[in-house]
Design a binder for this molecule. Structure first.
Ligand code: GLN
Length: 541
């Protein structure tokens, strides 16, 4: 029997609903249950693929090629369950489904309305493509009280009714702020938020209360009384020093126990050994390395969420702390890179779009190559490393990417056709922007004996992509003469997937996004190896 847990948020945004959902998923899994996590975003974009990182943070990509909210990354990192397209819904996607049904005449002459047609489509999405999971955790994006969230709240209210208490529960995440002038924690915002939910017909079964300090029993009692709950169902969610402590912190406060009680489940105590180990390693590293991350949205860490997590996982694997030095690539276009990069143990150029800042990234790749500092180029970061080598090693002064306009030597160019399995995918140069990239999991073949084959321990891999441009295969012979090795290719040999410089301590560029698959309990081999190289570099200086 599949049970549904709906997670809403109140008072303010950014309380960490995604992390809370992920942590609860991990706890239920640790009790032996099968879980799936889903996200429902009330905005009108069909997916976040066309949104600026300033608006939305990172776009997380699934194996099946969906561009989704970054919370799906948390879900995967905490549970290891690969997210799918059907786990990510938005108002835009729901409405496009409803509108295309209307155009096909499927509503048989009815006036198409939010209730029941949109809410029905939401309920369908909540229950779609499941395979016998014990729990489906559905996070509703936004904050209770937002106009655009109403159809989702109405849909979960209806579904809660239809499924009954044995199969549905509501968890509401709120904020209990400390007011310094009063020297007190305040429960009123939580009371108001629950009142708002009650007005929509939803009585939360559990309140998760974010707070920066212990919540005294008296405050818990008061919240319980006003919000119509037993005290044990008012669960403090206190700040922790590492996000990987959240599952254990919630367990200590009784979250998973109360969830099991709600459903009348006699479940074994969770095995939290792996979380304990991770937290211990994060808290007591045996050393530290500094990695410079050269990007464009460096003051907005959410834009590189999976990346900073994957680097931390590399640290966990090597038992070192990883300090990230976020550098805006444009500074290298004005100042000498040397002064910024001299002290770092590794340089990473992540994914990116557009010409602004690209010359700075090319400079960073050059510094890493010439000074023999470990270099990890991801997607755009690989493309910039290829341009750098073409210009400075192959003598192609006009080498660039056609993403920035026409150029003499398009070493990075737009692919208009490629194979996905045995199907030909096509893209037009002036086509739609949304959903038209090479997206999702693609296999690659690695050259036996290459550094990457050794790192992966195999010559066949599958990694997730999100890009329009590719290394231009026509330049492969010229680039190989510079010492660059094309150590990973698409199975048909047409698309370069990985490049490396075998005579450099660690210089690898990948066309895909390995950070999306890294987990704290299963760090991605490329990140483990990159941080190991940084540790070795730190011993040299
Ligand atoms: N802008 C580049 C492309 O579209 C790289 C994209 C990326 O780094 N994800 O190919």
């Amino acid at each position: 029997m599949t049970r549904f847990i709906f997670i809403t948020g109140g008072v303010v945004s950014s309380l960490g609903k995604g992390l809370s959902a992920a942590a609860l998923g991990a706890l239920l899994q640790a009790r032996g249950f099968r879980v799936r996590l889903r996200k429902f975003d009330p905005y009108i974009n069909v997916d976040p693929g066309t949104m600026s990182p300033y608006q939305h943070g990172e776009v997380y990509v699934t194996d099946d090629g969906a561009e989704t909210d970054l919370d799906l990354g948390h879900y995967e990192r905490y549970t290891g369950v690969a997210a799918r397209k059907s786990d990510s819904q938005t108002t835009g996607r729901i409405y496009s489904t409803v509108i295309s049904r209307e155009r096909r005449g499927e509503y048989l002459g009815a006036t198409v309305q939010v209730i029941p047609h949109v809410t029905d489509a939401i309920k369908e999405a909540i229950q779609a493509e499941l395979g016998g999971e014990d729990f489906v955790l559905c996070e509703i994006g936004g904050t209770v009280g937002d106009i655009e969230g109403l159809p989702f709240l109405e849909a979960i209210r209806q579904l809660g009714n239809e499924l009954g208490r044995e199969r549905a529960m509501f968890i509401h995440l709120t904020l209990v702020p400390y007011i310094p002038s009063a020297g007190e924690l305040k429960s009123k915002p939580t009371q108001h938020s629950v009142k708002e939910l009650l007005g929509l017909g939803i009585q939360p079964d559990i309140l998760l209360c974010r707070c920066d300090r212990e919540i005294p029993d008296s405050a818990r009692k008061k919240i319980a009384l006003f919000c119509n709950l037993r005290e044990g169902r008012v669960i403090p969610a206190l700040d922790v020093d590492t996000i990987y402590d959240v599952p254990m912190a919630y367990h200590a406060q009784g979250l998973d126990r109360e969830v099991c009680r709600h459903f009348g489940l006699e479940a074994r105590e969770p095995d939290l050994g792996r979380w304990q180990q991770i937290v211990e390693r994060v808290r007591k590293p045996e050393g530290a390395v500094t990695i410079a991350v050269i990007g464009k949205y460096t003051h907005l860490p959410d834009a590189y969420k999976s990346l900073s997590e994957a680097l931390a996982h590399g640290g966990i694997a090597n038992n070192v702390g990883v300090k990230l030095d976020w550098l805006d690539s444009e500074i290298f276009e004005k100042d000498d890179a040397v002064s910024y990069l001299e002290g770092v143990n590794g340089i990473l150029v992540p994914g990116g779009f557009g010409e602004r800042g690209s010359e700075g990234k090319i400079e960073a790749a050059r510094f890493a190559r010439e000074r023999k500092v470990p270099y990890f180029g991801i997607c755009f970061g690989m493309q910039m490393a290829v341009i750098e080598a073409a210009r400075h090693l192959a003598g192609l002064n006009g080498a660039s990417s056609t993403e920035f306009g026409p150029c003499a030597d398009p070493v990075i160019g737009l692919m208009t056709e490629w194979m996905k399995g045995d199907q030909l995918e096509k893209r037009k140069a002036n086509g739609d922007l949304g959903g038209t990239m090479r997206l999702g999991a693609y296999p690659a073949k690695l050259i036996a004996g290459s550094r990457v084959a050794e790192i992966y321990g195999t010559t066949e891999i599958s990694e997730r992509h999100r890009h329009r441009y590719e290394v231009n295969i026509n330049y492969k012979p010229r680039l190989e003469k510079t010492g660059m090795r094309f150590s990973g290719m698409s199975p048909d040999g047409e698309l370069p997937e990985i490049i490396e410089f075998p005579d450099h301590p660690w210089f690898i560029g990948v066309q895909f996004h390995p950070e999306l698959k890294s987990k704290p309990f299963e760090p991605h081999p490329l990140f483990t190896s990159f941080i190991k190289a940084a540790v070795e570099q730190s011993r040299l200086v």
